[in-house]
Design a protein around this ligand. Structure first.
Ligand SMILES: NC(=O)c1ccc[n+]([C@@H]2O[C@H](COP(=O)([O-])OP(=O)(O)OC[C@H]3O[C@@H](n4cnc5c(N)ncnc54)[C@H](OP(=O)(O)O)[C@@H]3O)[C@@H](O)[C@H]2O)c1
Length: 144
């Protein structure tokens, strides 16, 4: 499967690494220093490439959205239309940027503020970068 990564840090980068190891093609995107994406793609290997957020969306069937809370508007703007894509949203409301109203979950907030016509899935809040690095497997079980 082709998977676009928007935000290629601890969560996005580690998830990309595991997906590539499982045979998926990943396209890394969204960094203030684009050279870091080139380096990470090189480390991951032939199943990884880098590009812009819009390029990652065009490339992929599934998007892993893993940007800091305060950078969500910028990332969505650069991604363009997500129509028809499955988006796995890992974001949590830590850091800068508008916060969910009292009683509103991050998922409810994101649904209202992000673009329509994409199919969204929330990554579990317990999804941590360490887990992404070590325990994600194609079958969902822990590696031996
Ligand atoms: N880390 C966890 O264990 C964890 C667990 C659950 C949920 N989350 C959520 O998942 C999302 C991603 O977390 P993360 O830990 O992977 O973040 P991170 O390591 O800081 O990665 C953020 C990525 O976004 C890029 N980026 C592009 N423009 C940016 C900007 N203007 N400001 C900041 N970063 C920018 C960064 O690249 P450059 O630095 O090269 O610009 C980096 O690749 C967050 O919403 C977080 O709350 C994280």
């Amino acid at each position: 499967m082709r998977i676009g990564i928007i935000g290629s840090g601890r969560i996005g980068g580690n998830t990309a690494r595991r997906l590539a190891e499982a045979g998926h093609e990943v396209r890394l995107s969204f960094a203030r220093d684009p050279a870091s994406l080139v380096q990470l793609a090189g480390e991951i290997g032939p199943n990884a490439s880098e590009g812009t957020p819009a390029g990652a969306v065009a490339f992929a069937e599934v998007i892993v959205f893993a940007v800091p809370w305060g950078a969500i508007p910028q990332a969505l703007e650069q991604a363009g239309s997500l129509a028809g894509k499955v988006v796995i949203d890992t974001t949590n409301q830590f850091g800068s940027g508008p916060q969910p109203a009292g009683g509103q979950t991050a998922a409810q907030f994101s649904r209202r503020s992000s673009r329509p016509r994409r199919r969204a899935a929330r990554a579990p809040s317990g999804w941590c970068s360490g887990c992404a690095a070590t325990t994600l497997t194609p079958s969902g079980s822990s590696p031996a």
